[in-house]
Design a protein around this ligand. Structure first.
Ligand SMILES: [Zn+2]
Ligand SMILES: [Zn+2]
Length: 318
């Protein structure tokens, strides 16, 4: 089995739901409740379930961090955005004082993908092992640098866990903790890497901060192969297509439309939109999701592609 837990889904920088944002949700919920029975707890729950996700929930605000559970004892995590902090707390609660091993895979070293490390509680606990994998030259130095004066008050010496840094060769399959892991070079400022995870016949691709010039057939073929028959593709859909082809071309991100196209060509089963634009509110992300699902329906081939939008706390079982 594989189970994917999203701890941070926002792109570029964390955002918080504001008081105004909460009030708007309450107003929308109360308007929807007009004339409906609300006498029992079951009535209340039914009403909540009938509301759009943008009203009854929120996509959330932490930056990139995705946990992939494989049924074993070791933890597998993609990126160390601010979502790494709640993940670390949950891992401590789950296993208490027992020593744990964390395998953390870095897409790249942009700030939104590494800012959670100084707040990762398991790294402070003696006996724990934190293995950080990356493909960039000198990635350990970049992590140390964000924890140096004057940017941060405490450096790596505060970590009592065993920290190890392992450089992976892209384009090759590595066996790590019983899981097959294949990194892939992606087009992004300073380069980024996607990862394909394979375990017990299931496969998950984590592909964020990646631009796809679909007019380059070789590039497209490489990614279709990378996404081939995946059970889930977690995809950088920061921009709408209009943005992606005009003002924001060459900014290093992709769109929901390109995600659908690549997944359909690859025969992937499920697409999860990820790395949401920080300017978008919940209603805007929900609108992008609806648009993406409509596009998938219109262009559907032999097999449907299930589309969802990642939010902090979302779990997908495969
Ligand atoms: Zn990013
Ligand atoms: Zn980036």
């Amino acid at each position: 089995m594989m189970r994917v837990h999203f701890w941070g889904t926002r792109g570029s920088l964390p955002v918080a739901l504001t008081a105004d944002g909460v009030r708007e949700k309450l107003q929308a919920a109360l308007r929807a409740a007009r004339g409906r029975p609300l006498d029992t707890e079951a009535d209340v729950q039914r009403l909540i379930a009938s509301l759009p996700f943008a009203t009854q929930g929120t996509y959330g605000g932490h930056t990139s961090c995705v946990q992939i559970e494989t049924g074993g004892f070791d933890h597998f995590v993609c990126d160390m955005g601010s979502g790494l902090r709640p993940f670390g707390q949950a891992a401590m609660q789950q296993h208490g004082g027992a020593a744990q091993t964390f395998h953390i895979f870095l897409s790249h070293l942009h700030w939104d993908h590494i800012m959670g490390l100084p707040f990762f509680v398991p790294a402070f606990v003696p006996g724990n092992r934190v293995m950080v994998y990356g493909c960039h030259d000198g990635f350990e130095a970049a992590l140390r640098r964000q924890q140096e004066e004057p940017s941060f008050p405490v450096d790596f010496s505060i970590f009592n866990a065993r920290l190890e840094f392992v450089r992976l060769a892209p384009g090759q399959r590595h066996e790590i903790g019983g899981v097959g892991v294949t990194p892939m070079l992606q087009r992004h400022g300073g380069d980024s890497y996607g990862y394909r995870f394979e375990s017990q016949g299931k496969s998950v691709v984590y592909s964020t901060d990646s631009e796809h010039p679909l007019d380059q057939p070789q590039h497209t073929a490489r990614f279709v192969e990378f996404f081939r028959d995946a059970d889930l593709v977690i995809f950088d859909a920061m921009y709408s297509l209009a943005d992606a082809v005009s003002i924001k071309a060459d900014w290093g991100h992709s769109s929901n439309i390109v995600g659908v196209e690549l997944c359909q060509m690859a025969g992937a089963k499920r697409l999860c939109l990820f790395h949401h634009e920080p300017v978008f509110d919940d209603a805007a992300i929900e609108a992008v999701l609806a648009e993406t699902r409509r596009l998938e329906e219109i262009t559907r081939g032999a097999r449907p592609l299930q589309v969802s939008a990642a939010y902090d706390g979302l779990e997908i079982g495969l």
